[in-house]
Every structure is written in C-alpha cells, then in structure tokens.
Design a protein around this ligand. Structure first.
Ligand SMILES: NC(=O)c1ccc[n+]([C@@H]2O[C@H](COP(=O)([O-])OP(=O)(O)OC[C@H]3O[C@@H](n4cnc5c(N)ncnc54)[C@H](O)[C@@H]3O)[C@@H](O)[C@H]2O)c1
Length: 348
C-alpha cells in the first residue's frame, strides 16, 4: 500500500468532520483524502470543491471503491455502529467518532465485525493525545507517582446547546454521558493503564434556564478497575451559560508514591507531589502545539502500514464505551453493573 486512501463520512456541514478531521488530514503524509460522504448533497458537494476530492451521498460508494482503505466516521451517533460494521465487512479500516455505540448490542455487532474483518478499528479517542495527557502519561510511566490507585476526572459546564429538533436533546440519545463520557473514561484508563470492571452511578437533572434536555445533565460514576484501583468520573452540566461561570475540567491521579494534579487546555501544566517535594512541570510548548487529531491519525497510519500493534485496540475502546452505557444503566436501576471482558471474545 502507498498512501492510505481515506473517505470521511459526515463532511457536509460545519462540524467535527470539516472542522477537525479534514484540516488534520492535511498534516498526515501517510493518508490521502479521496472521498467525502454525507446525506446532505449540497453540503458535501461544497466541501468536496474546497478540498478538490470526490463526493457521494451513497454510503455504498464508500464501501465499493478499491482506492478507499480507511473510513473515518463522523456521522451522528445513531449511525456509528452500523456504518462501522459495513465498512469493516467491506475490508476497510475504520476510525469512528465517539460514542462508538448507543447500546451493548451495537458494541457486540461491532466486535463480531472487528474479529472477522481484515480491517483495523480505532475509536477516535483524541483527548489522550492532548499535550497534558501525553506529558502526564509519560510521568506516570516513568514511575513519578508509583502505581496509580485512584483517578478522578471532573467536568463542570453547561449542556451542549444542540438545536431544539436535535436527536441529542431526547432521552433516546442515551444522554450526555453516553454522548461524551468516552472522552473522560478513556483518558483516565489511559493514564492509569487499567480498565473498569464494575460501575456504580447516580444521576440528576437541574437546568438553570428554560432551555433543557429530556435527559439528566449530571452523572457521577464510581468504577472499580481491573487492577483494584478506583476511578471517579463526574460530568456536571448544570451550570448557567459559560462565560458567566467558567467551564472547567479537573483531573487527579493518586499513586502509591505521590499525586498528579493535571491542568487542562487553559493551563497545560501538571504538578506532581512526591515524597521528594512537589514538582510543577510546564508542558513542553512544542508538544502543546501538536494537534491531537494529527497525532492519533499518524499513529493509526503506522499500525495500518507496518502492522505495528494498534495503540487503542477494540477491546479497550469497547470497555470504555460500555462503562458509559453501564453508568447510565446503574443510575437508572440504583445497582452496580459488571462489565464484559471483550478480549475473551477474541477481539484484539
Ligand atoms: N471527538 C470530539 O471531540 C467530537 C466533537 C464533536 C462531535 N463528535 C462526534 O462526531 C459526530 C458528529 O458530530 P457533529 O457535531 O459534527 O454533528 P453534525 O450533526 O454537525 O454533523 C453530522 C453530519 O453528518 C451528516 N449525516 C447525517 N446522517 C448521516 C448519515 N446517515 N450518513 C452520513 N452522514 C450523515 C449530517 O448531514 C451532518 O453534515 C457525533 O457522533 C459526535 O459525537 C466528536
């Protein structure tokens, strides 16, 4: 294979495909954008003109074109599972936006397709490629804080202001933790180098204005990890509009030898408190510049081109996604939920 031929799905609007995937692809020499797909004909034609590539409104065209090796799925959530399965069954590699699936049944169908396909699969889990996450991961891997025993990811903000007729406003969407939880669960699992085995959650709703969703906008989730550690993820979207109250993210990892307190986009530093004293580390400005989408695409390209192990294997992404689904289930029933071992199903 020369360059990896790419099709991007959902490229007909001002959205994640056109705002992040297409600009990032310009900086991935291993990949060549060849085809855009969207159900919005006018929109996808316009984007294709900008990039000088083919376009289609027929998803079958993506599957049958031999020069398409990788399908990047940026359509709305309800299409992720079926489009991933179809692309894997057509022998394509797949990079799928979060959430991977809206139910465990959908995840099952993806795992079966991933096992029988020659294509590689990756969830778009770009937040672990952000500078602060990479720098913190390196510090933990170096042993700066010993073995992580507790991780916490707290998010405070306003629910995402989707239009009134949007799918994401309905309870059927799975709510904001299914829609967005993968970001936070994935980063914690990546930093702590372990995966949840059991989830217990509570959720609530409080909307400060007349604008509201059908689903809860607060969820707090405790997870027991495979290695015995604990993790807590809190998605709190009850605030009045930022910038009235600034949105924020807080991450803490406690290890056997010390603690990491991590910054975020506004403050890309992290502090390590160890027996030797506290160390404040400014993230190298050079790694801060690197775009997390470009980094994930390039790492995935090397897996596709050289057979290097997949940095985010399907079983890992599936457990992260299942954690989000299980949290909403647990919040509904009041009972803890045990998670599957997707590796046992033969999914790498
Ligand atoms: N990783 C991130 O940070 C991030 C950020 C934003 C969105 N997302 C995810 O990306 C996906 C798209 O989000 P968005 O905000 O860009 O949505 P959007 O609704 O703005 O854009 C989706 C596009 O998909 C098209 N579309 C609708 N049905 C389709 C179908 N069946 N096949 C192909 N295209 C179809 C629409 O016409 C639209 O152009 C969502 O699943 C969302 O969760 C991820």
């Amino acid at each position: 294979m020369g360059r990896i031929g790419v099709a991007v799905i959902g490229a007909g609007g001002e959205n994640i495909a056109t705002g992040c995937h297409l600009p990032a692809l310009k900086h991935v020499p291993e990949m060549e954008l060849r085809l855009l797909h969207d159900v919005n004909e006018e929109g996808v034609r316009r984007t294709a003109q900008t990039y000088g590539v083919d376009w289609t409104t027929n998803f079958e065209d993506v599957l049958t074109r031999d020069d398409i090796d990788l399908v990047q799925i940026c359509s709305p959530d309800p299409f992720h599972a079926s489009q991933s399965v179809a692309a894997l069954d057509a022998g394509k590699h797949v990079l799928c936006q979060k959430p991977l699936a809206l139910s465990v049944e959908e995840l099952e169908s993806m795992s079966v397709a991933a096992v029988r396909s020659e294509g590689q699969f990756q969830g778009c889990q770009h937040r672990r490629y952000e500078a602060w996450a990479r720098a913190s991961h390196a510090a933990i891997q170096r042993g700066d804080i010993g073995e992580p025993v507790y991780g916490r990811f707290q998010v405070k903000g306003r629910f995402y202001p989707y239009p009134q007729d949007s799918f994401y406003r309905t309870a059927e969407s799975g709510g904001q933790f299914v829609h967005n939880g993968m970001h936070y669960v994935d980063v914690l699992c990546y930093l702590m180098d372990t995966l949840p085995v059991e989830v217990f959650a509570r959720s609530a709703r409080h909307y400060p204005t007349a604008d509201r969703l059908e689903s809860d906008n607060y969820l707090s989730c405790m997870t027991k990890m495979e290695n015995g550690a604990q993790a807590w993820i809190e998605l709190n979207l009850m605030m009045v509009d930022p910038p009235l109250t600034p949105a924020e993210e807080r991450v803490i990892i406690i290890g056997t030898q010390g603690t990491l307190r991590l910054g975020n986009e506004d403050n890309p530093n992290f502090e390590a408190f160890t027996p030797g004293g506290s160390v404040r580390t400014r993230v190298n400005p050079l790694i801060h510049v690197a775009n997390p989408f470009v980094l994930q695409f390039r790492e995935f390209a090397h897996t596709i081109l050289t057979g290097r192990p997949n940095a985010i294997p399907f079983h890992f992404s599936a457990r992260v996604m299942e954690t989000c689904l299980a949290a909403v289930e647990s919040a509904g029933t009041g009972e803890p939920v045990k998670l599957r071992d997707w590796l046992e199903r033969g999914v790498q």
